[in-house]
Design a protein around this ligand. Structure first.
Ligand SMILES: O=C(O)C1=C[C@@H](OP(=O)(O)O)[C@@H](O)[C@H](O)C1
Ligand SMILES: C=C(OP(=O)(O)O)C(=O)O
Length: 437
């Protein structure tokens, strides 16, 4: 697809139907990485086949694992219990999770690995991960600019650290834990605010011992070095971050009712649903069950007259990727939706605060930008704009959803990035009745 391609979302009739959520991106990355580090076979079912994950699959193969695809979402990884130096630079594409977890994964082996990424990933800070890994003993050689890809990682003997997180980040925590597996001593990570715990859960599923102690609003995670992983089977639950888009469309397009099945409900991921309910959304969850070590359920959203609220800041980590789509729904709510304590949004695939502010304003929505947040005043949305997405899938999908309920069509540039996390997004949305072309 060419860079200049745009998708246009037009005012749509009601959306109706039931769809299955695509596989969770966080768990998909981890299943491939853990499978490659483990000894033996890991069978993965429901793997998200988005571009971010395919980049991680290629990375694991070049680090020495056998990575095979058997059918849609069904993959097998045969690991050797260690990683080896690749022949070439590993290109992680658009994926912050991919590159940051991989830097931790390789750090404890005697390997040299150069990581690179696309134009968006090259702008994102890496020292937040290389800093703690360097204090464990890994070495980093920045190829262009300090703190930015490309970087060469020189792994080897590591020593455990005690690390206190200053931002609630599962990517930093996971990189340290993966390195800690091969470090001497016990690594401790203190998270004053909890971040998603997929790595901790998966370490246990792959046979490692992890000790987690709750402390106040957060927890301390301890992992003794010298543990090996054993291959296992992983069933990937549906991604709440992707499910959010069809559900958001149902909330704002009059007369809609959409169910997304098999959505992961891990409380450290599902805070958007609580927030929508606080805004008056008609959102129900049925068929709750355990799948692949996580609670999943079918989430149904019906068109709702939303009210603006002050989103509790303590929810930020549990919905950090969902603020763009929350903002799209807030544009139709009565009154103000106040979103604060979300400075981390500025260092994602784009500066998501700046991009949402610009996109919403272009569509006629009143928005105030703050250093660490933004405030959206809802009402009828004019639309009729072409929006820049800066290679950011969530900015693209959020504006397409907005366009379905706006008075005039909304166009987004660079829509090909949607395939990083949600391949088949347009077909799925149009299957529900949306008009995206
Ligand atoms: O660990 C993960 O899988 C992720 C953690 C979050 O990033 P941070 O760790 O930077 O908060 C999130 O934004 C990202 O989409 C996926
Ligand atoms: C921030 C995201 O991903 P990553 O950090 O893996 O690029 C995201 O998917 O919204």
């Amino acid at each position: 697809m060419s860079e200049s391609k745009t998708f246009i979302a037009s005012p749509s009739p009601s959306l109706k139907g039931a769809v299955k959520a695509p596989g969770d991106k966080s768990i998909s990355h981890r299943s491939l990485i853990f499978g490659a580090m483990a000894e033996g076979v890991t069978e993965i079912d429901g793997l998200l086949e988005g571009d971010d994950i395919l980049a991680t699959a290629r990375a694991m193969a070049s680090l020495g694992a056998k990575v095979e695809k058997f059918g849609q979402g069904h993959w097998k990884v045969t690991g050797k219990g260690r990683l080896q130096s690749p022949n070439d630079t590993i290109d992680c594409g658009n994926a912050g999770t991919g590159v940051r977890l991989l830097m931790g994964a390789v750090a404890g082996y005697p390997v040299n690995v150069t990581f690179d990424g696309d134009v968006s990933l090259r702008k994102r800070p890496m020292k937040r991960v290389t800093g703690p890994l360097a204090s464990m003993g890994a070495r980093f050689d920045w190829k262009l600019d300090e703190d930015r890809l490309p970087v060469e990682v020189k792994g080897g003997k590591l020593t455990a650290i005690d690390y206190v997180q200053s931002v609630a980040s599962a990517q930093i925590k996971s990189a340290i834990l993966l390195a800690a597996l091969n470090a001497s001593g016990t690594t401790r990570i203190t998270e004053p605010e909890k971040s998603r715990d997929h790595t901790e859960r998966m370490l246990v599923a792959f046979g490692a011992k992890v000790d987690v102690q709750e402390v106040g609003e957060g927890w301390v995670i301890a992992l003794e070095g010298g543990q090996s992983l054993r291959g296992t089977s992983v069933s990937v639950p549906g991604d709440p971050s992707s499910a959010a888009f069809p559900l958001a469309a149902a909330l704002i397009v009059p007369g809609s009712e959409v169910t997304v099945e098999g959505v992961m409900l891990n409380p450290l991921r599902a805070a958007l649903f609580d927030t929508w309910i606080d805004m008056g959304a008609d959102l129900t969850i049925t068929n709750r069950q355990m799948a692949g070590g996580e609670e999943v359920g079918d989430v149904t959203a019906r068109y709702s007259r939303l009210k603006g609220i002050v989103v509790p800041e303590m929810r930020a980590a549990a919905m950090i990727d969902e603020y763009p789509v929350l903002a799209a729904t807030a544009a139709f709510a009565e009154g103000q939706t106040v979103m604060r304590g979300i400075g981390e949004m500025r260092v994602k695939e784009s500066d998501r605060i700046a991009l949402m502010v610009a996109g919403l304003r272009a569509c006629g929505v009143e928005v105030e930008e703050e250093p660490e947040g933004f405030v959206v005043t809802g009402g009828p949305v004019k639309g009729g704009a072409t929006v820049d997405t800066a290679h950011d899938h969530r900015i693209a999908m959020s504006h397409l959803v907005l366009g379905l309920a706006a008075e005039h069509p909304v166009a987004v540039r660079d829509p090909e990035m949607i395939a990083t996390s949600f391949p088949g997004f347009v077909a799925l949305m149009n299957g529900l009745g949306a008009k995206i072309a």
